[in-house]
Design a protein around this ligand. Sequence first.
Ligand code: PNW
Length: 472
Amino acid sequence: MNASTASAPASVGRRFPDGFHWGVATSAYQIEGAWNEDGKGESIWDRFAHTPGKIKNNDSGDVANDHYHRYQEDIALMKSIGATAYRFSIAWPRIFPEGTGQPNPKGIGFYSRLVDELLAVGIEPFATLYHWDLPLALQDRYGGWQSKETVKAFADYAGYVAGQLGDRVKHFFTINEFRSFVEAGYRGTDVQVGGGKTIRLGAPPELQLPPAELNQVRHHAVLGHGLAVQAIRAHGRADTKVGFAENMAAAVPAIGTPEYVKAAETATRELNAAFLTVMLEGRYTNAYLADAGKDAPKFTDEELTTIGSPVDFAGINVYRPNVYVAPSGQPPGYRTIPISASHPKMASAWHIFDPEVMYWAPRQVTSLWGPKPIFITENGCAAADTVSGDGNIYDSDRVMFLRACLSQLQRATSEGVPVHGYFHWSAQDNLEWLSGFGDRFGLIYVDFDTLERTPKLSARWFREAACQNAVV
Ligand code: PNW
Protein backbone atom coordinates (compact mmCIF):
# COMPACT_ATOMS: atom_id res chain seq x y z
CA MET A 1 0.00 0.00 0.00
CA ASN A 2 1.51 3.35 -0.95
CA ALA A 3 1.32 6.45 1.22
CA SER A 4 -1.34 8.20 -0.84
CA THR A 5 -3.72 5.25 -0.49
CA ALA A 6 -3.16 5.06 3.25
CA SER A 7 -4.01 8.72 3.78
CA ALA A 8 -6.80 8.93 1.19
CA PRO A 9 -9.69 11.06 2.47
CA ALA A 10 -12.84 9.25 3.52
CA SER A 11 -15.23 8.74 0.65
CA VAL A 12 -17.61 11.62 -0.02
CA GLY A 13 -20.51 9.44 1.08
CA ARG A 14 -19.25 9.29 4.68
CA ARG A 15 -18.73 13.02 5.17
CA PHE A 16 -20.61 15.37 7.52
CA PRO A 17 -21.85 18.80 6.38
CA ASP A 18 -19.32 21.64 6.27
CA GLY A 19 -19.05 23.49 9.58
CA PHE A 20 -20.09 20.43 11.60
CA HIS A 21 -18.94 20.80 15.25
CA TRP A 22 -16.82 17.97 16.69
CA GLY A 23 -17.25 18.41 20.40
CA VAL A 24 -16.60 16.77 23.73
CA ALA A 25 -18.75 17.22 26.84
CA THR A 26 -18.38 17.22 30.63
CA SER A 27 -20.27 18.55 33.64
CA ALA A 28 -19.10 20.62 36.59
CA TYR A 29 -19.71 18.22 39.47
CA GLN A 30 -18.22 15.31 37.56
CA ILE A 31 -14.82 16.89 36.85
CA GLU A 32 -14.14 20.17 38.63
CA GLY A 33 -13.34 19.22 42.22
CA ALA A 34 -12.61 22.32 44.38
CA TRP A 35 -15.98 21.65 45.98
CA ASN A 36 -15.61 24.34 48.64
CA GLU A 37 -13.07 26.73 47.13
CA ASP A 38 -13.33 30.39 46.20
CA GLY A 39 -16.65 30.90 47.93
CA LYS A 40 -18.55 28.05 46.26
CA GLY A 41 -21.72 27.01 48.09
CA GLU A 42 -22.72 23.42 48.74
CA SER A 43 -24.84 21.54 46.20
CA ILE A 44 -27.25 18.67 46.67
CA TRP A 45 -24.60 16.40 45.13
CA ASP A 46 -21.99 17.53 47.67
CA ARG A 47 -24.27 16.57 50.52
CA PHE A 48 -25.28 13.29 48.85
CA ALA A 49 -21.67 12.27 48.12
CA HIS A 50 -20.63 13.11 51.68
CA THR A 51 -23.26 10.73 53.02
CA PRO A 52 -21.53 7.34 53.40
CA GLY A 53 -22.86 4.55 51.19
CA LYS A 54 -24.53 6.72 48.60
CA ILE A 55 -21.86 6.54 45.88
CA LYS A 56 -19.87 3.43 44.97
CA ASN A 57 -16.64 3.25 47.04
CA ASN A 58 -17.78 6.49 48.71
CA ASP A 59 -16.22 8.35 45.78
CA SER A 60 -17.09 12.04 45.56
CA GLY A 61 -16.61 15.11 43.43
CA ASP A 62 -14.50 16.80 46.14
CA VAL A 63 -11.41 16.55 43.93
CA ALA A 64 -12.62 14.47 40.98
CA ASN A 65 -10.40 15.39 37.97
CA ASP A 66 -9.22 18.59 39.68
CA HIS A 67 -10.25 20.30 36.47
CA TYR A 68 -10.82 23.55 38.41
CA HIS A 69 -7.03 23.82 38.75
CA ARG A 70 -6.01 21.93 35.60
CA TYR A 71 -8.36 23.45 33.05
CA GLN A 72 -5.50 24.78 30.91
CA GLU A 73 -3.94 21.33 30.56
CA ASP A 74 -7.39 19.89 29.86
CA ILE A 75 -8.12 22.40 27.12
CA ALA A 76 -4.74 21.69 25.52
CA LEU A 77 -5.63 17.97 25.59
CA MET A 78 -9.03 18.62 23.97
CA LYS A 79 -7.27 20.56 21.26
CA SER A 80 -4.79 17.73 20.74
CA ILE A 81 -7.58 15.20 20.19
CA GLY A 82 -9.18 17.36 17.50
CA ALA A 83 -12.16 18.84 19.38
CA THR A 84 -13.53 22.02 17.81
CA ALA A 85 -16.23 22.56 20.46
CA TYR A 86 -16.56 21.98 24.21
CA ARG A 87 -19.79 21.59 26.15
CA PHE A 88 -19.21 22.23 29.86
CA SER A 89 -21.61 23.04 32.66
CA ILE A 90 -21.58 25.89 35.12
CA ALA A 91 -21.91 25.07 38.82
CA TRP A 92 -24.80 27.24 39.99
CA PRO A 93 -23.50 27.24 43.62
CA ARG A 94 -20.20 28.73 42.44
CA ILE A 95 -22.11 31.71 41.04
CA PHE A 96 -24.82 32.01 43.72
CA PRO A 97 -23.59 30.04 46.75
CA GLU A 98 -27.07 30.09 48.29
CA GLY A 99 -28.91 29.87 44.97
CA THR A 100 -30.03 33.50 45.02
CA GLY A 101 -28.72 36.83 46.27
CA GLN A 102 -25.34 38.36 45.52
CA PRO A 103 -23.22 36.73 42.80
CA ASN A 104 -19.79 35.43 43.80
CA PRO A 105 -17.20 37.16 41.56
CA LYS A 106 -14.66 34.35 41.98
CA GLY A 107 -17.22 31.85 40.71
CA ILE A 108 -17.96 33.62 37.47
CA GLY A 109 -14.25 34.44 37.23
CA PHE A 110 -13.38 30.77 36.82
CA TYR A 111 -15.76 30.30 33.89
CA SER A 112 -14.61 33.54 32.34
CA ARG A 113 -10.99 32.29 32.33
CA LEU A 114 -12.12 28.90 31.02
CA VAL A 115 -13.95 30.54 28.11
CA ASP A 116 -10.99 32.80 27.31
CA GLU A 117 -8.66 29.82 27.23
CA LEU A 118 -11.00 27.88 24.93
CA LEU A 119 -11.28 30.78 22.52
CA ALA A 120 -7.52 31.31 22.59
CA VAL A 121 -6.94 27.80 21.22
CA GLY A 122 -9.87 27.90 18.79
CA ILE A 123 -12.41 25.72 20.61
CA GLU A 124 -16.01 26.98 20.61
CA PRO A 125 -17.55 27.12 24.12
CA PHE A 126 -21.08 25.71 24.67
CA ALA A 127 -22.33 26.27 28.23
CA THR A 128 -24.96 24.27 30.13
CA LEU A 129 -26.54 26.11 33.05
CA TYR A 130 -27.93 23.20 35.04
CA HIS A 131 -26.33 19.78 35.15
CA TRP A 132 -27.99 18.69 38.41
CA ASP A 133 -25.82 20.40 41.06
CA LEU A 134 -28.61 22.42 42.66
CA PRO A 135 -27.53 24.81 45.44
CA LEU A 136 -28.27 22.95 48.66
CA ALA A 137 -29.89 26.04 50.17
CA LEU A 138 -32.68 25.84 47.55
CA GLN A 139 -33.29 22.21 48.43
CA ASP A 140 -33.40 22.86 52.15
CA ARG A 141 -35.41 26.05 51.96
CA TYR A 142 -37.93 25.22 49.21
CA GLY A 143 -37.75 21.51 48.42
CA GLY A 144 -35.76 22.13 45.23
CA TRP A 145 -37.76 21.77 42.02
CA GLN A 146 -40.94 21.14 43.99
CA SER A 147 -41.16 24.91 44.38
CA LYS A 148 -41.59 27.80 41.96
CA GLU A 149 -39.04 29.68 44.07
CA THR A 150 -36.36 27.40 42.60
CA VAL A 151 -37.78 27.94 39.11
CA LYS A 152 -37.52 31.72 39.50
CA ALA A 153 -34.06 31.54 41.05
CA PHE A 154 -32.89 29.43 38.11
CA ALA A 155 -34.07 32.01 35.60
CA ASP A 156 -32.32 34.81 37.51
CA TYR A 157 -29.10 32.83 37.62
CA ALA A 158 -29.33 31.98 33.91
CA GLY A 159 -29.86 35.63 32.99
CA TYR A 160 -26.93 36.70 35.14
CA VAL A 161 -24.56 34.19 33.49
CA ALA A 162 -25.74 35.14 29.99
CA GLY A 163 -24.99 38.78 30.84
CA GLN A 164 -21.49 37.93 32.06
CA LEU A 165 -20.40 35.40 29.41
CA GLY A 166 -22.70 36.25 26.47
CA ASP A 167 -20.01 38.38 24.82
CA ARG A 168 -17.98 35.19 24.25
CA VAL A 169 -20.31 32.19 24.69
CA LYS A 170 -22.74 32.02 21.79
CA HIS A 171 -24.60 28.81 22.71
CA PHE A 172 -26.35 28.19 26.00
CA PHE A 173 -28.18 25.03 27.08
CA THR A 174 -30.64 25.67 29.90
CA ILE A 175 -31.00 22.27 31.56
CA ASN A 176 -29.30 18.93 31.02
CA GLU A 177 -31.56 15.86 30.98
CA PHE A 178 -34.86 16.91 32.53
CA ARG A 179 -35.95 13.29 32.32
CA SER A 180 -32.93 11.96 34.24
CA PHE A 181 -32.78 14.35 37.16
CA VAL A 182 -36.53 14.60 37.73
CA GLU A 183 -37.27 10.90 37.44
CA ALA A 184 -34.17 9.71 39.32
CA GLY A 185 -34.39 12.40 42.01
CA TYR A 186 -38.11 12.74 42.63
CA ARG A 187 -39.42 9.27 41.81
CA GLY A 188 -36.61 6.69 41.36
CA THR A 189 -36.45 5.55 37.73
CA ASP A 190 -36.82 2.01 36.55
CA VAL A 191 -34.89 1.47 33.32
CA GLN A 192 -35.55 -1.55 31.06
CA VAL A 193 -32.37 -3.56 30.59
CA GLY A 194 -33.68 -6.51 28.55
CA GLY A 195 -35.33 -9.80 29.37
CA GLY A 196 -38.09 -8.01 31.27
CA LYS A 197 -35.61 -6.81 33.90
CA THR A 198 -35.32 -3.26 35.15
CA ILE A 199 -32.75 -1.43 37.23
CA ARG A 200 -33.49 1.49 39.50
CA LEU A 201 -31.54 4.73 39.13
CA GLY A 202 -31.61 7.19 42.01
CA ALA A 203 -30.25 10.66 42.72
CA PRO A 204 -30.63 13.40 45.32
CA PRO A 205 -33.02 14.51 46.74
CA GLU A 206 -34.05 10.81 46.69
CA LEU A 207 -37.78 11.39 46.88
CA GLN A 208 -40.58 9.09 45.80
CA LEU A 209 -43.34 11.55 45.16
CA PRO A 210 -46.92 10.57 44.46
CA PRO A 211 -48.07 11.19 40.84
CA ALA A 212 -49.60 14.66 41.25
CA GLU A 213 -46.54 16.06 43.00
CA LEU A 214 -44.22 14.36 40.54
CA ASN A 215 -46.10 15.88 37.59
CA GLN A 216 -45.78 19.27 39.25
CA VAL A 217 -41.97 18.86 39.54
CA ARG A 218 -41.83 17.89 35.86
CA HIS A 219 -43.84 21.01 35.06
CA HIS A 220 -41.52 23.19 37.16
CA ALA A 221 -38.46 21.82 35.37
CA VAL A 222 -39.75 22.77 31.91
CA LEU A 223 -41.06 26.06 33.25
CA GLY A 224 -37.56 26.76 34.56
CA HIS A 225 -36.26 26.08 31.06
CA GLY A 226 -38.77 28.47 29.49
CA LEU A 227 -38.10 31.29 31.95
CA ALA A 228 -34.35 30.76 31.50
CA VAL A 229 -34.72 31.00 27.70
CA GLN A 230 -36.40 34.37 28.17
CA ALA A 231 -33.81 35.55 30.71
CA ILE A 232 -30.91 34.49 28.48
CA ARG A 233 -32.45 36.36 25.53
CA ALA A 234 -32.94 39.43 27.72
CA HIS A 235 -29.38 39.47 29.10
CA GLY A 236 -27.37 37.84 26.28
CA ARG A 237 -26.36 39.47 22.99
CA ALA A 238 -28.11 39.70 19.63
CA ASP A 239 -26.29 36.57 18.44
CA THR A 240 -26.86 34.50 21.61
CA LYS A 241 -28.41 31.12 20.84
CA VAL A 242 -30.29 29.07 23.40
CA GLY A 243 -31.90 25.64 23.71
CA PHE A 244 -32.02 22.59 25.98
CA ALA A 245 -30.07 19.30 26.24
CA GLU A 246 -32.62 16.54 26.81
CA ASN A 247 -32.18 12.81 27.20
CA MET A 248 -35.20 12.15 24.97
CA ALA A 249 -36.91 8.81 25.25
CA ALA A 250 -36.28 7.37 21.80
CA ALA A 251 -38.77 4.89 20.36
CA VAL A 252 -37.11 2.96 17.55
CA PRO A 253 -39.20 1.25 14.86
CA ALA A 254 -38.62 -2.49 15.10
CA ILE A 255 -38.76 -2.69 11.30
CA GLY A 256 -38.09 0.17 8.87
CA THR A 257 -41.41 0.27 7.01
CA PRO A 258 -43.62 3.38 6.87
CA GLU A 259 -46.17 1.89 9.31
CA TYR A 260 -43.52 1.12 11.91
CA VAL A 261 -41.79 4.46 11.38
CA LYS A 262 -45.09 6.28 11.95
CA ALA A 263 -45.86 4.23 15.06
CA ALA A 264 -42.40 5.01 16.49
CA GLU A 265 -42.88 8.75 15.90
CA THR A 266 -46.22 8.66 17.70
CA ALA A 267 -44.58 6.80 20.58
CA THR A 268 -41.68 9.25 20.82
CA ARG A 269 -44.07 12.20 20.98
CA GLU A 270 -46.08 10.60 23.82
CA LEU A 271 -43.12 9.21 25.77
CA ASN A 272 -41.67 12.72 25.91
CA ALA A 273 -44.94 14.52 26.63
CA ALA A 274 -43.77 16.03 29.94
CA PHE A 275 -40.42 17.27 28.64
CA LEU A 276 -39.32 17.48 25.00
CA THR A 277 -42.83 17.56 23.54
CA VAL A 278 -44.22 20.31 25.77
CA MET A 279 -41.09 22.42 25.25
CA LEU A 280 -41.37 22.14 21.46
CA GLU A 281 -45.18 22.36 21.20
CA GLY A 282 -46.07 24.64 24.13
CA ARG A 283 -48.84 22.23 25.15
CA TYR A 284 -49.28 18.94 26.90
CA THR A 285 -50.59 16.17 24.66
CA ASN A 286 -54.22 15.14 25.14
CA ALA A 287 -53.14 11.62 25.99
CA TYR A 288 -50.75 12.85 28.71
CA LEU A 289 -53.44 14.97 30.37
CA ALA A 290 -56.07 12.23 30.04
CA ASP A 291 -53.71 9.60 31.50
CA ALA A 292 -52.74 11.87 34.39
CA GLY A 293 -56.40 12.72 35.11
CA LYS A 294 -56.72 14.34 38.53
CA ASP A 295 -52.94 14.06 38.98
CA ALA A 296 -52.22 16.32 35.99
CA PRO A 297 -49.90 19.27 36.70
CA LYS A 298 -51.52 22.60 37.56
CA PHE A 299 -50.60 25.27 35.02
CA THR A 300 -51.75 28.45 33.34
CA ASP A 301 -51.87 29.22 29.61
CA GLU A 302 -49.17 31.80 30.18
CA GLU A 303 -46.89 29.14 31.66
CA LEU A 304 -47.41 26.92 28.64
CA THR A 305 -46.43 29.81 26.37
CA THR A 306 -43.30 30.33 28.47
CA ILE A 307 -42.42 26.62 28.35
CA GLY A 308 -42.83 26.71 24.57
CA SER A 309 -40.62 29.80 24.14
CA PRO A 310 -38.97 29.38 20.74
CA VAL A 311 -35.50 27.80 20.96
CA ASP A 312 -32.67 28.23 18.46
CA PHE A 313 -31.81 24.55 18.47
CA ALA A 314 -32.75 21.23 20.03
CA GLY A 315 -30.01 19.44 21.99
CA ILE A 316 -30.51 15.71 22.46
CA ASN A 317 -28.44 13.25 24.49
CA VAL A 318 -28.59 9.91 22.71
CA TYR A 319 -27.30 6.75 24.35
CA ARG A 320 -29.77 3.92 23.80
CA PRO A 321 -33.17 3.09 22.38
CA ASN A 322 -35.74 3.31 25.18
CA VAL A 323 -38.27 1.08 23.47
CA TYR A 324 -38.82 -0.78 20.21
CA VAL A 325 -42.17 -0.14 18.64
CA ALA A 326 -44.64 -1.83 16.29
CA PRO A 327 -47.87 -0.37 14.85
CA SER A 328 -51.20 -1.10 16.49
CA GLY A 329 -54.81 -0.69 15.36
CA GLN A 330 -55.78 0.38 18.91
CA PRO A 331 -55.07 3.75 20.51
CA PRO A 332 -52.42 5.08 20.99
CA GLY A 333 -51.49 3.58 17.59
CA TYR A 334 -48.35 1.75 18.68
CA ARG A 335 -47.27 -1.03 20.97
CA THR A 336 -43.88 -1.58 22.56
CA ILE A 337 -41.90 -4.75 22.00
CA PRO A 338 -39.91 -6.37 24.82
CA ILE A 339 -36.14 -6.03 24.67
CA SER A 340 -34.53 -9.46 24.55
CA ALA A 341 -32.39 -10.67 27.47
CA SER A 342 -29.50 -11.23 25.05
CA HIS A 343 -29.68 -7.81 23.41
CA PRO A 344 -26.15 -6.34 22.95
CA LYS A 345 -25.07 -3.96 25.70
CA MET A 346 -22.23 -1.63 26.50
CA ALA A 347 -20.54 -1.73 29.93
CA SER A 348 -23.10 0.27 31.97
CA ALA A 349 -25.94 -1.90 33.23
CA TRP A 350 -28.53 0.36 31.54
CA HIS A 351 -26.74 0.64 28.23
CA ILE A 352 -28.70 -1.25 25.56
CA PHE A 353 -26.62 -0.97 22.38
CA ASP A 354 -28.25 -0.07 19.09
CA PRO A 355 -26.49 2.53 16.94
CA GLU A 356 -29.64 3.08 14.85
CA VAL A 357 -31.03 5.26 17.63
CA MET A 358 -28.53 7.88 16.39
CA TYR A 359 -30.40 7.91 13.09
CA TRP A 360 -33.97 7.74 14.37
CA ALA A 361 -33.75 10.22 17.26
CA PRO A 362 -32.69 13.31 15.25
CA ARG A 363 -34.88 12.24 12.33
CA GLN A 364 -37.92 12.07 14.61
CA VAL A 365 -37.18 15.47 16.15
CA THR A 366 -37.25 16.89 12.62
CA SER A 367 -40.31 15.00 11.41
CA LEU A 368 -42.33 15.69 14.56
CA TRP A 369 -41.38 19.31 15.22
CA GLY A 370 -40.00 20.66 11.96
CA PRO A 371 -36.48 21.45 10.84
CA LYS A 372 -34.42 23.34 13.41
CA PRO A 373 -30.73 22.91 14.15
CA ILE A 374 -30.03 19.81 16.24
CA PHE A 375 -27.00 19.11 18.40
CA ILE A 376 -26.20 15.66 19.71
CA THR A 377 -25.27 17.05 23.11
CA GLU A 378 -24.13 13.67 24.47
CA ASN A 379 -23.36 10.19 23.18
CA GLY A 380 -20.77 7.76 24.48
CA CYS A 381 -20.28 4.61 26.52
CA ALA A 382 -18.47 3.25 29.53
CA ALA A 383 -15.80 0.63 28.89
CA ALA A 384 -13.55 -1.57 31.04
CA ASP A 385 -10.48 0.44 30.10
CA THR A 386 -7.09 -0.67 31.37
CA VAL A 387 -3.59 0.59 30.70
CA SER A 388 -1.76 -2.05 28.69
CA GLY A 389 1.94 -2.94 29.00
CA ASP A 390 2.94 -0.39 26.36
CA GLY A 391 1.12 2.40 28.21
CA ASN A 392 -1.77 2.62 25.73
CA ILE A 393 -5.47 2.16 26.43
CA TYR A 394 -6.96 0.01 23.67
CA ASP A 395 -10.69 0.67 24.01
CA SER A 396 -11.71 -1.26 20.92
CA ASP A 397 -15.34 -1.41 22.10
CA ARG A 398 -15.58 2.37 22.33
CA VAL A 399 -14.07 2.73 18.85
CA MET A 400 -16.70 0.31 17.55
CA PHE A 401 -19.40 2.26 19.37
CA LEU A 402 -18.21 5.57 17.93
CA ARG A 403 -17.93 4.31 14.37
CA ALA A 404 -21.35 2.64 14.53
CA CYS A 405 -23.10 5.64 16.08
CA LEU A 406 -21.50 8.22 13.82
CA SER A 407 -22.27 6.13 10.74
CA GLN A 408 -25.94 6.34 11.70
CA LEU A 409 -25.67 10.06 12.43
CA GLN A 410 -24.06 10.57 9.03
CA ARG A 411 -26.94 8.63 7.51
CA ALA A 412 -29.28 11.21 9.06
CA THR A 413 -27.32 14.26 7.87
CA SER A 414 -27.01 12.76 4.38
CA GLU A 415 -30.83 12.68 4.26
CA GLY A 416 -30.96 16.35 5.21
CA VAL A 417 -31.65 16.07 8.97
CA PRO A 418 -30.10 19.35 10.22
CA VAL A 419 -27.62 18.05 12.81
CA HIS A 420 -25.01 20.76 13.36
CA GLY A 421 -22.70 19.03 15.78
CA TYR A 422 -21.82 16.04 17.93
CA PHE A 423 -20.51 16.13 21.52
CA HIS A 424 -18.89 12.97 22.80
CA TRP A 425 -19.56 12.10 26.43
CA SER A 426 -17.04 12.46 27.79
CA ALA A 427 -13.81 14.33 27.21
CA GLN A 428 -12.23 12.48 30.15
CA ASP A 429 -13.11 9.70 32.58
CA ASN A 430 -14.89 11.34 35.48
CA LEU A 431 -17.25 10.84 38.42
CA GLU A 432 -20.05 8.77 36.91
CA TRP A 433 -22.61 9.75 39.57
CA LEU A 434 -23.70 6.69 41.64
CA SER A 435 -21.08 4.50 39.92
CA GLY A 436 -18.25 6.72 41.12
CA PHE A 437 -14.99 6.57 39.19
CA GLY A 438 -15.65 2.95 38.20
CA ASP A 439 -17.56 3.59 34.98
CA ARG A 440 -15.11 5.22 32.56
CA PHE A 441 -16.70 7.26 29.76
CA GLY A 442 -13.72 9.31 28.57
CA LEU A 443 -11.81 9.58 25.31
CA ILE A 444 -8.98 10.42 27.71
CA TYR A 445 -8.06 8.02 30.49
CA VAL A 446 -7.59 9.43 33.99
CA ASP A 447 -5.57 7.72 36.71
CA PHE A 448 -7.54 8.86 39.76
CA ASP A 449 -4.55 8.31 42.09
CA THR A 450 -2.11 10.53 40.19
CA LEU A 451 -4.64 12.47 38.04
CA GLU A 452 -2.44 11.76 35.04
CA ARG A 453 -4.35 11.95 31.75
CA THR A 454 -3.71 9.67 28.74
CA PRO A 455 -5.66 9.77 25.46
CA LYS A 456 -7.15 6.38 24.56
CA LEU A 457 -7.32 4.69 21.17
CA SER A 458 -10.81 6.19 20.82
CA ALA A 459 -9.31 9.68 21.12
CA ARG A 460 -7.19 8.92 18.06
CA TRP A 461 -10.30 7.75 16.22
CA PHE A 462 -12.13 10.94 17.23
CA ARG A 463 -9.25 13.12 16.07
CA GLU A 464 -9.11 11.46 12.69
CA ALA A 465 -12.89 11.75 12.20
CA ALA A 466 -12.89 15.40 13.29
CA CYS A 467 -9.98 16.19 10.94
CA GLN A 468 -11.66 14.55 7.97
CA ASN A 469 -15.17 15.60 9.03
CA ALA A 470 -16.20 12.05 8.21
CA VAL A 471 -16.70 8.55 9.56
CA VAL A 472 -13.33 6.79 9.53
C1 PNW B 1 -26.05 11.24 31.17
N1 PNW B 1 -29.91 6.03 30.72
O1 PNW B 1 -26.82 10.49 32.07
C2 PNW B 1 -25.59 12.49 31.92
O2 PNW B 1 -25.95 13.69 31.28
C3 PNW B 1 -24.13 12.48 32.24
O3 PNW B 1 -23.87 13.35 33.32
C4 PNW B 1 -23.67 11.07 32.51
O4 PNW B 1 -22.38 10.98 33.02
C5 PNW B 1 -23.78 10.32 31.19
O5 PNW B 1 -25.06 10.45 30.62
C6 PNW B 1 -23.44 8.84 31.29
O6 PNW B 1 -24.31 8.18 32.16
C7 PNW B 1 -27.54 9.36 31.66
O7 PNW B 1 -30.27 5.25 31.62
C8 PNW B 1 -28.01 8.54 32.64
O8 PNW B 1 -30.28 5.81 29.52
C9 PNW B 1 -28.79 7.45 32.34
C10 PNW B 1 -29.11 7.15 31.01
C11 PNW B 1 -28.63 7.98 30.00
C12 PNW B 1 -27.86 9.09 30.34
